[in-house]
Write a protein that binds this ligand. Structure first.
Ligand SMILES: *[C@@H]1O[C@H](CO)[C@@H](O)[C@H](O)[C@H]1NC(C)=O
Length: 455
């Protein structure tokens, strides 16, 4: 009875709190039946996971804002450990996993877990896969808002069907639009229609199904600006394009002539050699070398140029200083044709190195952020271990002394008439021998057990 009352109380408190936070619905296994009627944004969490706890307040803001903005997206959360059957049906492997569920489709959210990013994702993916741009004004408006803009131009066609297919898959990354030709600015002339065009880097590029491979691989390659400011997260996103990443590593705060020159050169290669390198390379610069250093487990100079292969964790450094455009192009070409020396990689040796490197960085970072805690965390076990070692060593020599005494006593037992002085002398002699030579000590120790047995 008492337990039942308590259960009721807990449920009442729970209902109260979920009433206050009604914009995020707690989902259970009945969700499967009701989910098809709506578009759902779901946080699959585990009660014990720290990142999930960090997401929770953000998630409530997301729920509140989507609700107040009149979005049709319903926001929920599900304890993936309690309803593991449903969670595994949706392919939930880590926590938290954010998914947008729309009809039969489930879209993974892979962006940063901030309110604005999540809401932008929800609105983008929940809306139509392809949005039409009915006027020049609309076109100009979205062109201003998006760094990279995909537009299908033309009427109904097999290419349009393909475009819609690709859009409904890749809408997790970017928006897709369609327009008629007269909506585009006069400066944009297309050799033939229908066409798929990407507007970016102050220019536009048209998909060529004979040269560019499948439409989805082309979109995947073109969905970033030609030149980017790169950080760890961008690098992770770029990984999915399969491109090599050529980076000027600079220090934004202390830009000198050389860092400006390197940045400039990379930028020029990105635009002037786009036709040549765009398929295989992404270009950009990165502020500071901390991230790269931990990635390659070595120290890169600042400023410098590095090419990363995010697929196999290899990296390339120019053999000679890069001073001119020709030198940089030569270096990038040498990476492309395989003549440049590759470093790193994901082989077994590199993986072992990674384990050691990560362990070392953890220790270092603890010491750096809190030296006292570091001393305690790592000093304490070290202290205990050294005490144990010390104890073991001294215990061993104690044993030796005991054995010797035993020997002595045995000796005394055999020769009753030995005098105490002689015994003293013998003991001193043995002790001296022990100090002089370890091997002799070992001999003594080997002998002593036999002596014991005799006893
Ligand atoms: C980058 O890594 C991938 C995957 O291992 C490999 O196929 C490709 O050849 C590499 N590129 C270069 C330039 O080494």
């Amino acid at each position: 009875m008492a337990a039942g009352a308590r259960g009721g109380l807990i449920r009442a408190v729970f209902l109260l709190s979920s009433g206050v936070l009604a914009h995020v619905e707690d989902l259970d296994d009945t969700f499967k039946d009701s989910r098809m009627d709506d578009v759902w944004l779901v946080d699959f969490y585990a009660p014990w996971c720290g990142y999930c706890k960090k997401l929770e307040p953000i998630w409530h803001e997301v729920g509140a804002e989507l609700k107040s903005s009149g979005s049709p997206v319903r926001v929920g959360k599900m304890d993936a450990t309690a309803y593991s059957g449903i969670a595994s049906e949706y392919g939930v492997r880590g926590y938290p996993t954010i998914k947008l569920l729309k009809g039969d489709l489930a879209y993974n959210y892979k962006g940063q877990r901030t309110k604005d990013d999540i809401i932008e994702f929800a609105n983008r993916v929940a809306g139509p896969a392809v949005r039409s741009l009915p006027s020049r004004q609309m076109f100009d408006h979205v062109l201003k808002r998006h760094d990279v803009l995909f537009v299908y131009v033309g009427g109904e066609s097999p290419l349009k069907e393909k475009y819609i297919d690709v859009a409904s898959e890749l809408i997790v990354y970017t928006y897709f639009f369609s327009a008629s030709e007269d909506v585009l600015p006069e400066s944009v002339t297309l050799p033939e229609l229908p066409a798929v065009v990407v507007f970016k880097d102050g220019s536009f590029f048209t998909y060529d199904q004979y040269e560019d491979g499948s439409l989805s691989s082309w979109v995947n390659r073109e969905r970033f600006q030609g030149y980017l400011q790169i950080d760890g997260f961008t690098l992770y996103e770029l990984g999915e394009t399969g491109k090599l990443v050529a980076i000027a590593v600079i220090n934004e705060k202390e830009q000198n002539e050389e860092s400006t020159r390197l940045k400039d050169l990379i930028q020029r290669v990105a635009t002037e050699y786009r036709g040549h390198f765009n398929r295989d390379f992404q270009f950009g610069h990165m502020d500071g070398n901390d991230y790269i250093n931990s990635l390659i487990m070595s120290e890169v100079q600042v400023p410098s140029v590095i090419v990363l292969n995010t697929s196999n964790e290899q990296y390339f450094l120019p053999q000679e200083p890069v001073n001119t455009l020709e030198q940089l192009v030569g270096f990038i070409n040498s990476v492309l044709d395989g003549s440049a020396q590759a470093h790193g990689g994901d082989g077994i040796f590199q993986r072992m190195k990674r384990v050691a490197y990560d362990a070392r960085s953890t220790v270092m970072s603890v010491f750096r952020s809190s030296p006292l805690l570091g001393c305690f965390l790592f000093g304490l076990p070290l202290g205990v271990i050294s005490l144990m070692c010390y104890g073991m060593c001294t215990a061993e020599s104690d044993d030796g002394a005991d054995d010797m005494e035993l020997m002595k006593r045995d000796g005394l037992a055999e020769e009753d008439e030995e005098e105490e002085e002689e015994e003293e002398e013998e003991r001193r002699r043995l002790a001296e021998e022990m100090e002089e030579d370890e091997e002799e000590e070992e001999d003594e120790e080997e002998k002593s057990p036999q002596e014991k047995k005799v006893d």
